[in-house]
Ligand binder design. Structure first.
Ligand SMILES: NC(=O)c1ccc[n+]([C@@H]2O[C@H](COP(=O)([O-])OP(=O)(O)OC[C@H]3O[C@@H](n4cnc5c(N)ncnc54)[C@H](OP(=O)(O)O)[C@@H]3O)[C@@H](O)[C@H]2O)c1
Length: 321
């Protein structure tokens, strides 16, 4: 099969190649999936560049997220799954078979039925960002009736945090840095969108109401704003590391009686992953759609796809093997 892969970490154009490699066999409990769309996430290019090093077993086909059709199943898997359209998550976690290839093999629970009418591009946009957003919102229980601040509502995780929080019956305010991004966050369903570069951003968020929970993409940059708008006993959930770690204003955090929580997809409990997959699929079946722009690249342009994602393309970068 044709696969994009790298054998050592480095710049996209230097280490990513398309090669012919043997197709993976689905092992016990696994499914073989013909991949039609493969989603690029920051974690994929950070592993490839070496910014967040991961061990490489001879070669690494990148990308956790994808969508396609099950073509074969390993032992212990219901053969009735053959022919099923699926979206994939964590395909490349501790294995070389990422989704940037014509086929991948994944544990069967990582291949989630894709509802009829939902495109492979949408299916390939879900895994990393939507599951992370789900855990940020619900890892302490339901958020129905709560007021949520989603920092960076035009980002991929931010987008799904808005959609999932609204579905769960929360009020949602989000921050963005431009009118273009504001339009995307509005489309995702945010009740209020605030440009965080404006001098009255804090006042605007405050006026929306005291915040119960923050899904935070930039703790250091935003902690001052967060502390100014949260209600006592609120939770700030951080899912992204900034270039430099922030200095923690301990007294201000104590005064706010705030809980700081940190989330990493790779450490999500299995039950939380399965709940996230189920809830995301229910949202898709009910008609929720990713409203972010999609930038498509053929497999042969894998390096350009990574470069686009790394340079901050707004929306989802999708490779089509
Ligand atoms: N912990 C995990 O398991 C996990 C899972 C997924 C992603 N992540 C990490 O989360 C980050 C975002 O991922 P993504 O896929 O959502 O990326 P993305 O689609 O590029 O979105 C990032 C968003 O953050 C916004 N942003 C940056 N600085 C901000 C600030 N100070 N205040 C508010 N918004 C800000 C950006 O918009 P502006 O630049 O216009 O503000 C952009 O919309 C990455 O670092 C990624 O590695 C971690």
């Amino acid at each position: 099969m044709k696969a994009a892969l790298y054998r050592g970490a480095g710049k996209a154009a230097e280490v990513l190649h398309v090669e012919e490699v043997g197709r993976p066999e689905p092992g016990p409990g696994e499914v073989l999936v013909r991949v039609y769309a493969s989603g690029v996430n920051p974690t994929d290019y950070k592993a490839r560049s070496g910014a967040v090093p991961r061990p490489i077993d001879d070669f690494q086909i990148p990308h956790h997220d994808g969508a396609g059709v099950i073509e074969a199943v390993g032992s212990g898997v219901d053969p009735g799954r053959v022919g099923q359209r699926v979206w994939l998550y964590l395909a490349a976690a501790d294995r070389r078979w990422g989704t940037a290839a014509e086929w991948t093999a994944v544990p069967e629970r990582h291949a989630v039925p894709l509802p009829d009418g939902v495109s492979f591009e949408v299916g390939a946009s879900l895994g990393v960002p939507a599951m992370t957003a789900h855990y940020c919102l619900f890892c302490d229980g339901p958020v129905t009736g709560q007021t949520i601040l989603v920092a960076g509502g035009a980002g991929a995780v931010g987008h799904f945090a808005i959609e999932l929080a609204k579905r769960a019956g929360a009020r949602v305010v989000t921050t963005v840095s431009s009118s273009e991004k504001a339009a995307l966050a509005e489309k995702a369903g945010a009740d209020l969108v605030v440009n965080y570069r404006l001098p009255d951003a804090v006042d605007q968020v405050k006026a929306f109401g005291p915040i119960d929970r923050v899904a935070e993409v930039a703790l250091g940059a935003n902690l001052k704003l967060d502390l100014a708008v949260v209600k006592p006993l609120a939770t700030i959930v951080t899912y992204a590391a900034e270039a430099a770690d922030p200095v923690l204003p301990v007294r201000a955090c104590m005064s706010a009686n705030v809980t700081l929580r940190f989330v990493l997809l790779y450490g999500m409990p299995a039950a939380a992953l399965e709940q996230a997959a189920a809830d995301i699929t229910t949202a898709l079946a009910a008609g929720d759609r990713i409203g972010l722009p999609v930038h498509k690249f053929p497999l042969s342009d894998i390096a350009a796809a990574h470069e686009a994602a790394e340079s901050g393309a707004v929306g989802k970068v999708i490779v089509t093997p």
